[in-house]
Structures are given as structure tokens and as C-alpha cells.
Design a protein around this ligand. Structure first.
Ligand SMILES: Nc1ncnc2c1ncn2[C@@H]1O[C@H](COP(=O)(O)OP(=O)(O)OP(=O)(O)O)[C@@H](O)[C@H]1O
Ligand SMILES: [Mg+2]
Length: 358
């Protein structure tokens, strides 16, 4: 969902992921002809429940985190690319005759949107994009129509405005993940060609499953399991506040019993859930195997998760790093970036929009 008319090519752009645990900002630049560079990034934690189920529940808290993240960035760049949660959009692929006029396309897209949106058209934000020639019918192009409730888009654009930023692109988080996959594919044998790859983004409240085949998104679904469940268990078990439990978890400051009694059962449950998620994918599509799993999100940082997933699912498992083939500017601490990389895939996919052809 690109407001492409407003977007001029290769101007500095910040990718902004407003997720449930944090506001994450990232700026990329072209270092040389073949090399991109991570220019700067910032992660400003959000209080619990500020963003819930992808909705902005506490705009003041999100605004404060946006301001904090932007100040930490120390940039003059004010143009940003935002994402809507996939749950807030409805998408549909349609066929359009190659010789259709602009007016025909518009009429057709409006008619589709009218059927797709479970609310009146005047409350809808609508976008569409020609994807390319349709495989089955040579006279047609395949196009993607995306609709969302206008207020879902406007609330995010308004937040950016409130802190002096300008949303020049509003994308969808699953499309941003796909865009970042372009970079993560370098981690795979044969650059992932001909392979089916599951990107499992395990965040705070949700696990976002995206399956990609030959750089095309073939499946996408959200499951309600994330690192917050582990934080709650730590708080309960060790009688800590949620905030203290979250800190102790991230810093690894927990009693010896933690690993065997709390962490291990959580990792087992997570591996089981990932297995179930893939079974659902097989059931919903013609695919019956996954070649690689890429673990992303903040939980991918939990030591040992990759080994457990690999051994339980008998599938090659890697920790996603969209920056593996990028240079890193001197403003950025490379070690911290390596630790944060799996949680930055949506921000990275958004920041990459800077390099889209005009
Ligand atoms: N070093 C770490 N060890 C264990 N868990 C961690 C670590 N770092 C982050 N996490 C967990 O990862 C989760 C945050 O991940 P992430 O930043 O991907 O979430 P999010 O994108 O904000 O959430 P969502 O995508 O669900 O909206 C939190 O539950 C956090 O506790
Ligand atoms: Mg996330």
C-alpha cells in the first residue's frame, strides 16, 4: 500500500515499525553501487498495552516512543515509511486485461473493494498494484488490491505527524517482511531459489508466519503466542512485576532453576506451536514441505531456540539477519545490531522502500 505519487526515489527514508513491544526505526543508505549500509536505527520500548492486537490503544505512549526513537536516531530525515498490521487489511489478487484503460481499472478496483470491505467505501483506504503478467491468461495482468479501514491508516499517519514526521509510504507488515526477505535470502543456499522458506517472526504478543516460495509470499498468518507469555511466567514464578520480569529475561538475570523449569517448557511449547503453524500451512495450500525456517522477532534471540526448532521439526533453521550483506555505518554499534537484527525485519523491509524504482 504505497502512496507512491508522493514518494520521490532515493530520498532518505526511515522505516518505522510500530509493534506491540516497541517503536523501531531504521534508516538505510546506498554505500556503493552494490552495497547498502545500515545508517542508523533506534528501538524505543513501549509500555504494555500501548499497542494491542495491532491497534493503537494509548496514542500518547506511542507518540512519546516515536519521539524518543527519532531523537535517538540523530537524523534530519523526516520522511517515513509505516506499516499497517496484516490483520488490519484485506488483500485480493485480481486479473486486469493488459489493455485496460486507467478509467476501466479504477472502476474495476472500486467494484472489487466494495465487495472486499465489510464496511462502507467512504470509510475505506484503497490501493492497488499491478504485479505483472498473469501466468494462466496471457491477455491479463495480475494485480493486488488492498483495502483497510481508513481510520487504521489515519491513526498511524497522524502519530507520525504529531512528532514532526511525514508518512510518505504506508505499507503492510507482511509485505515489509517479504521485502526484507530479499536480503535474508542471501543467508540461504542458492539464495533460496526454488525453495520454500518459512519466516517465523516471534514477537511479544504474536508469532507472524510468512511462507515465501521463490520470493513470492504464498501464505501468511498470525498466531497468538509470543515472548510476553514467557515474561508472564517469569513474573508469576519469581514473584516479580511484569517490567522487572521483562528486564531480567532480556539480561539473563534469573535463578538457576529458570532454564530447566521455565525457559525449557516455553521453548518446547514454542517449537510445538511452530510445528502446528506449519501443519496449518500444509493443510491450507498445495505445499507439503518447508526447505528452511528463518527465525525472526525478539524471541529469535533466545539461546537454543534454533536448535530446538531444528531438532523437533527436522528442518534447516537459521536466525534471520537482513543485514548480513550490508555495511554498517560508524554511528551503529555492530554487535548490538547483530543482536537486534531479527527483531528489525519489518523496519528493514520498510526502510528498503527507499530503493524502489520510482
Ligand atoms: N535477549 C532476549 N531474550 C529473550 N527474549 C527476548 C530477548 N530480547 C527480546 N526478547 C523478547 O522478544 C519480544 C519482543 O520481540 P519483538 O521486538 O520482535 O516484538 P514486537 O515486534 O514488538 O511484537 P509483535 O510483532 O508481536 O507486535 C519480547 O517478548 C521480548 O521479551
Ligand atoms: Mg514484530
Amino acid at each position: 500500500m504505497q502512496l507512491s505519487a508522493l514518494f520521490r526515489r532515493d530520498r532518505p527514508l526511515i522505516g518505522v515499525d510500530i509493534s506491540s513491544s516497541a517503536v523501531k526505526m531504521l534508516e538505510l543508505a546506498q554505500s556503493s553501487r552494490d552495497l547498502r549500509r545500515v545508517e542508523r536505527y533506534a528501538i524505543a520500548r513501549l509500555p504494555r498495552d500501548a499497542v494491542s492486537d495491532g491497534s493503537i490503544a494509548k496514542p500518547e505512549a506511542v507518540e512519546a516512543a516515536m519521539r524518543e526513537a527519532w531523537q535517538t536516531m540523530q537524523t534530519r530525515t523526516r520522511e517515513v515509511a509505516l506499516a499497517l498490521p496484516s490483520a488490519a487489511v484485506i488483500t485480493k489478487k485480481i486479473l486486469l486485461p493488459k489493455d485496460a484503460s486507467e478509467a476501466d481499472i479504477e472502476t474495476r478496483v472500486m467494484a472489487e473493494a466494495n465487495q472486499m470491505a465489510p464496511f462502507p467505501l467512504d470509510e475505506v483506504s484503497l490501493d492497488w498494484q499491478i504485479l505483472g503478467p498473469a501466468a494462466q491468461s496471457p491477455a491479463d495482468n495480475e494485480a493486488l488490491v488492498v483495502v483497510s479501514r481508513r481510520e487504521r491508516l489515519e491513526e498511524r499517519v497522524a502519530l507520525a505527524e504529531a512528532v514532526g514526521l511525514k508518512a510518505v509510504i504506508v505499507d503492510v507488515d507482511s509485505f515489509a517482511t517479504l521485502n526484507a526477505y530479499e536480503q535474508m535470502a542471501h543467508q540461504l543456499p542458492e539464495e533460496g531459489r526454488g525453495q520454500t522458506v518459512a519466516i517465523i517472526d516471534i514477537g511479544a504478543h504474536a508469532t507472524h508466519v510468512s511462507v515465501v516460495h521463490d520470493r513470492e509470499l504464498v501464505y501468511q498468518r498470525e498466531h497468538a503466542l509470543g515472548g510476553h507469555t514467557l515474561t508472564q511466567e517469569i513474573a508469576r514464578r519469581y514473584d516479580l512485576s511484569q517490567d522487572d520480569a521483562e528486564d531480567a529475561k532480556r539480561k539473563g538475570l534469573l535463578p538457576d532453576s529458570y532454564e530447566s523449569e521455565v525457559l525449557q517448557p516455553f521453548l518446547d511449547a514454542l517449537a510445538l506451536e511452530i510445528g502446528r503453524a506449519l501443519q496449518l500451512f500444509f493443510g491450507a495450500t498445495a505445499y507439503n514441505a518447508i526447505d528452511h525456517i528463518l527465525l525472526a522477532g525478539g524471541c529469535a534471540a533466545i539461546p537454543g531456540l534454533d536448535d530446538i526448532v531444528h531438532s523437533r521439526l527436522q528442518t534447516s533453521t537459521l536466525i534471520a539477519n537482513p543485514f548480513a550483506r550490508m555495511a554498517v555505518s560508524s554511528h551503529v554499534k555492530a554487535r548490538q545490531l547483530a543482536a537486534d537484527a531479527p527483531a528489525l525485519i519489518v523496519a528493514c523491509g520498510l526502510a528498503l522502500r527507499r530503493f524502489d524504482p520510482a
